[in-house]
Design a protein around this ligand. Structure first.
Ligand SMILES: [Fe+2]
Ligand SMILES: [Fe+2]
Length: 280
């Protein structure tokens, strides 16, 4: 099963390189992925003239399964509304049979209008858990912002504001893969039974610690998850090959005092107003 992960296209930016996007699309089509995830910052400012260009540019993707979320740049200037008009819902849940695997996908808009900071928000937690409930061979969560800081990106100012709670929620949901963008540096963090996989910027020169534009191919096969970093028209190298199944102790699912002890259940089961954490 093959997932192509692209993000941070930034159509309309002075540093947008349509030639790089075109090369990446051709390479991705040649790889014949089962699923393409576009993890946000599709436009640079969310303007009305940028969305049609972005839609046209992405129309070259040949895969029938394409999941998109907006990024902080897409939510500027009322761009969140234009995203919906152009690409459909900002949040989506999917069940797909891909490459012999039953795959559950939950994609959430982590942006807030005109802010660079991101947040999933408590109101989404039960909806996310519901999307991952039941049997699945692979669970994939998609959001633009990062849940853990990325090296080589300078000062970290806009990680998900509720990253800790979202990490605990996803662990409780037995999520396998998180696909994000935003920092323009390709990077992978293994953490608590999950792989947090970040794509670089596919089609701009707005790079940071990693000097080239890039996208990822994520292969799931034979009990392993392998991530390949690709520079459009350039080098390809592995971001690592990892086991799909973690030793239970390393997931630390039973060692979390906040999601289980104080609430008597996982974060996903929360409903109604917060009651606060009881004092010791
Ligand atoms: Fe970006
Ligand atoms: Fe971003």
């Amino acid at each position: 099963m093959l997932i192509a992960q692209i993000s941070d296209i930034h159509v309309g930016s002075s540093r947008f390189r349509p030639d790089l996007l075109q090369i990446a699309i051709e390479e991705i089509n040649a790889a014949e992925p089962d699923l393409i995830v576009v993890a946000g910052d599709i436009t640079d400012d969310g303007y009305g003239d940028q969305y049609p260009q972005a839609k046209l540019a992405l129309a070259g993707l040949a895969c029938q399964n394409v999941v998109l979320v907006p990024g902080n740049h897409d939510a500027r200037n009322v761009g969140d509304v234009r995203f919906e008009d152009t690409f459909g819902s900002r949040d989506s849940r999917h069940r797909m049979h891909l490459g012999g695997l039953d795959v559950a996908i939950v994609a959430v808009d982590s942006s807030k209008p005109d802010l660079d900071e991101g947040q999933i928000g408590r109101e989404h937690y039960a909806w996310i858990a519901e999307g991952f409930a039941g049997a699945a061979d692979l669970r994939v969560f998609v959001c633009h912002h990062h849940l853990v800081a990325i090296p080589g990106t300078g000062r970290d100012r806009n990680q998900l504001m509720d990253a800790g709670d979202v990490l605990a929620l996803l662990r409780d949901c037995r999520n396998d893969i998180v696909l994000s963008g935003h920092r323009h540096v390709p990077y992978l963090w293994p953490i608590a039974g999950m792989y947090l996989i970040h794509s670089g910027t596919v089609s701009t020169t707005r790079t940071r610690g990693f000097p080239d534009s890039a996208y990822n191919l994520v292969r799931v096969a034979d009990g392993q998850i392998e991530v390949e970093l690709r520079v459009p028209g350039g080098v390809r190298h592995s971001l690592g090959r990892y086991p799909r199944n973690w030793p239970e102790a390393l997931t630390a699912r039973d060692a979390d005092p906040f999601t289980r002890f104080s609430r008597g259940g996982p974060l996903a089961s929360r409903g109604g107003p917060s009651t606060g954490i009881p004092s010791p």
